[in-house]
Design a protein around this ligand. Sequence first.
Ligand code: HEM
Length: 219
Amino acid sequence: MKQIYIYKRFERFWHWSQAALIIFLAITGFEVHGSFHIFGFEQAARFHRVASWALIVLIIFAIFWHFATGEWKQYLPTTNKLKEQILYYAYGMFKGEPHPTKKTELSKMNPLQRLVYLGFKLFLIPVTIISGILYMFHKTIDANDVVVVEDIPLHGIAFWHTLGAFLLMVFLVVHVYMTTTGHTPTSNIKAMLTGYEDVDDEDGEGEIKIAEKNNESKS
Ligand code: HEM
């Protein structure tokens, strides 16, 4: 077993702050929705708006980072070993079979993760954010009598926003479960905290060189 440097500093910061913001937005959002009572409606709505701006700023930085570093290529979908990966999660891993794909610095996501995260970035997050922005300006703009968002019925906006919120919660539960399917139940979470991941020795020399290179120039 050896260690390779997989998740860079900004990536880890982005990952955990995005997770914290989404969970906080879910708590305040579902309170606005009327599902439970923690902060009180007014306060929950205020917190929800502040956190949503923080998420938007964070995502703008993350988009910039993905393009500036070329990391966006990690999300290019592939069908290579996709079937093997699905079969592995469906029953292979319960029988102790080895992972069908190897994690390296240049390819840290398996084919199924690529597809799911691409959908997350291109569909789920945009639907939730765009409907959230329309929601936000629907109310403000109504008051200021600006027409743009007034034309879209509020119940339609609320529907898409709430659907996005539900799907994000489903994603969160599945995502947290999937993190436990690494070498040990906590190894993937540790990797996202420290940046380093344990991989099998037979994965080759390449990763060691990459890890050394990255140790010199951690970004
Ligand atoms: C940038 C992202 C987001 C923006 C701009 C946004 C904006 C809003 C706004 C303006 C409202 C109406 C309440 C109010 O007037 O303050 C709302 C409601 C809500 N938000 Fe968000 N939100 C965002 C992200 C999220 C996320 C990530 C979740 C959950 C994971 C979420 C869940 C909800 C829920 C459940 C409601 C109640 C919907 C209803 O019952 O009509 N929001 N959001």
